[in-house]
Write a protein that binds this ligand. Structure first.
Ligand SMILES: Cc1cc2nc3c(=O)[nH]c(=O)nc-3n(C[C@H](O)[C@H](O)[C@H](O)COP(=O)(O)OP(=O)(O)OC[C@H]3O[C@@H](n4cnc5c(N)ncnc54)[C@H](O)[C@@H]3O)c2cc1C
Length: 291
């Protein structure tokens, strides 16, 4: 259920169809249980031992995308980002084409402030409907309440993103379609498509590209078990069919240590981890970022 296609099972898994179903499921969960909302799993590594708690995946109504007459695009928390981009283009609205190359959902995009090609979620989001899983409280929050920064929002583990509203501008449909084609082509040329990965593993540090630092540290092709640093884009760690989630974890921290020791820049993982991993010791080095 993740793009790495790795990791063990959850104790419980439920796919919910609409907001009322979600509320019913949450009413059955006590406050002691861990809950993980799963989007497309395109930024997530689940441990081989699995997840001790409930995994919720939004489906049904949460997949809906509507472009209102005033051009505001409303999408459910599970709507796939490439479809959001296409829905905007089909309606002759521009601004969300950058989502065409990001294989996540609206919920994952808000949480991570997903972006690329000169834009990001923070730039386009107007508001989102959030359900607090502990209190059951449901309210709309405007974009300025999310404290967005580069690949960061203040959306916490108890917040479930039910839906979101995005701004767009009128444009020729063909203009938006052309931009989507350009973005898709750029991705094919620069990223290792068709492989098991979770996109960029590390955030770019200020004024530098994580991939370039990893490359300069001589780590392209560097491997742990069934996982290797991509030769095409060094910020992608590619898993083969014999890989384990622990191999990915080990490689993430080994790469971070080697880059830190050779360049003085200690990278921060962008991907998120769920479940328990075995520590190798590399995780503890360079905890103070140097720039
Ligand atoms: C090939 C590839 C290319 C990528 N390129 C980019 C890129 O250009 N730019 C970029 O920013 N990212 C990129 N990514 C990373 C990823 O696609 C984004 O971070 C995306 O927004 C994650 O969405 P998701 O639905 O897969 O989230 P998941 O990986 O499923 O989850 C990520 C986090 O969001 C939380 N979450 C998900 N849905 C909800 C919800 N409804 N409510 C509350 N919390 C939720 C999860 O609990 C988890 O903490 C790429 C990934 C891949 C595999």
């Amino acid at each position: 259920m993740t793009t790495y296609k790795l990791g063990g099972a959850a104790d419980w898994f439920v796919e919910v169809e609409d907001e009322e179903h979600l509320v019913e499921v949450l009413a059955a969960v006590t406050n002691r249980e861990e809950v993980l909302v799963l989007g497309r799993g395109s930024n997530l590594l689940i441990a081989d031992a699995g997840y001790r708690g409930l995994v919720i995946r939004l489906s049904g109504e949460f997949l809906k995308i509507v472009v209102e007459p005033d051009g505001i695009l409303s999408a459910g928390g599970a709507a796939p980002l490439p479809r959001v981009a296409r829905a905007g283009a089909d309606a002759g609205r521009c601004g969300l084409e950058f989502y065409a190359g990001i294989p996540g959902t609206v919920g994952g995009a808000l949480k991570m402030n997903a972006g690329g090609h000169g834009s990001d979620t923070a730039t386009r989001l107007l508001s989102a409907r959030i359900l607090d899983r502990r209190t059951g409280d449901r309210r709309d929050r405007t974009a300025d309440m999310f404290e967005f920064a580069y690949r960061h929002s203040n959306i916490g583990p108890d917040d479930i993103i039910v839906s979101a509203r995005f701004s767009t501008e009128p444009c020729e449909r063909t203009t938006a379609e052309k931009r989507i084609r350009e973005i898709t082509r750029w991705r094919k040329e620069h990223q290792p498509g068709g492989t098991f990965n979770a996109g960029s593993v590390f955030k770019n540090p200020p004024d530098a590209a994580a991939g370039r630092l990893i490359d300069e540290a001589g780590l392209k092709g560097y491997r742990r078990g069934g996982v290797a640093v991509s030769e095409m884009h060094a910020n992608f760690l590619i898993a083969d069919e014999h890989a384990s989630a622990q191999n990915v974890w080990d490689l993430v921290w080994a790469v971070r240590r080697r880059v830190g020791e050779s360049t003085g820049v200690w990278l921060t993982p962008e991907i998120r981890f769920a479940g328990e991993f075995e520590c190798t010791g590399d995780e503890l080095t360079g905890l103070e970022p140097t720039r």
